[in-house]
Design a protein around this ligand. Structure first.
Ligand code: HEC
Length: 231
């Protein structure tokens, strides 16, 4: 095997040299596109297709209230702070206040003019593709969520002794036999939301013929996505 390679290499210098050229070109291309974070490198300053556009892969939460802190993850954000742009109701742009900025993760506060629409990361003249974002009302456990648990009868079975209690934030977080009742910032993964949809957990309230109104489930989901605070 090694001998036949040896023979063909010697007998075909053209193939060898084109491989060297290809490798060198590949090395240069990768080398150049990796320089994008260097402000002194004009090749890295970002036109379409140069491989340096910021890539936004997730926004958590993707629905929350004005002022809440959101976490944006992705790549090629660069080390110098850029901007996080939201859509406004009039179709304009509102910029977030940045709390922290790294090449792969940004924390920022939803600006007061933000409306439902896209959120994008902008670095220099480059912009990521937008991800969907929705503005939600700010939800309080005491004012909005607990009354739903009360009127839907959750507290009559989950406010006494044994298993999941849905009376206080601490007890909701502590949860029941299946683990925590909620995972802050992750409503879809939270047992209470799964139970309200009958998704892997018996539909709650236990014995109910159908789920509680979607608007009430959304209030509880918003509270969880807003951090499941004791507010
Ligand atoms: C009639 C009593 C009753 C009512 C009312 C009720 N539950 Fe339950 N709940 C139960 C029982 C019993 C279980 C255990 C079911 C099982 O594991 O099969 C349970 C389990 C759960 C679980 C899973 C807990 C775990 O860790 O295993 C969640 C979450 C839950 N209920 C939420 C709710 C919510 C939210 C409401 C109100 C919308 C509600 N329940 C209303 C009796 C009730």
């Amino acid at each position: 095997m090694s001998q036949s390679f040896h023979v063909s290499r010697r007998s075909n210098p053209f193939r060898l040299s084109s491989a060297v050229v290809f490798c060198a070109a590949t090395f240069l291309w990768i080398g150049c596109s990796d320089q994008g974070d260097d402000p002194k490198d004009p090749l890295g300053s970002g036109g379409p297709g140069d491989g340096n556009e910021p890539q936004l892969t997730s926004v958590v939460p993707a629905r929350t209230y004005v002022g809440d802190e959101i976490r944006l993850t992705g790549s090629e954000f660069g080390t110098d702070e850029g901007t996080v742009a939201f859509t406004t109701a009039s179709g304009g742009t509102a910029f977030a206040t940045i709390s922290s900025w790294t090449d792969t993760e940004i924390t920022a506060h939803v600006p007061s003019d933000a409306a439902d629409g896209g959120v994008r990361v902008q670095v220099g003249t480059s912009s990521s593709d937008p991800l969907d974002f929705e503005v939600a009302p700010e939800i309080s456990l005491a004012t909005h969520v607990r009354p739903i648990f009360q009127t839907q009868g959750c507290l009559s079975c989950h406010g006494g002794s044994g298993g999941l209690f849905v009376d206080t934030q601490a007890n909701i977080l502590a949860g029941g036999g299946r683990g925590p009742g909620v995972i802050p910032r992750n409503s879809a993964g939270s047992n209470i939301i799964k139970a309200l949809h009958g998704d892997g957990i018996p539909l709650m309230p236990q014995g109910a013929p159908q789920p509680i109104p979607a608007a009430q489930i959304l209030v509880i989901a918003d509270w969880i996505d807003q951090g499941a605070r004791d507010n």
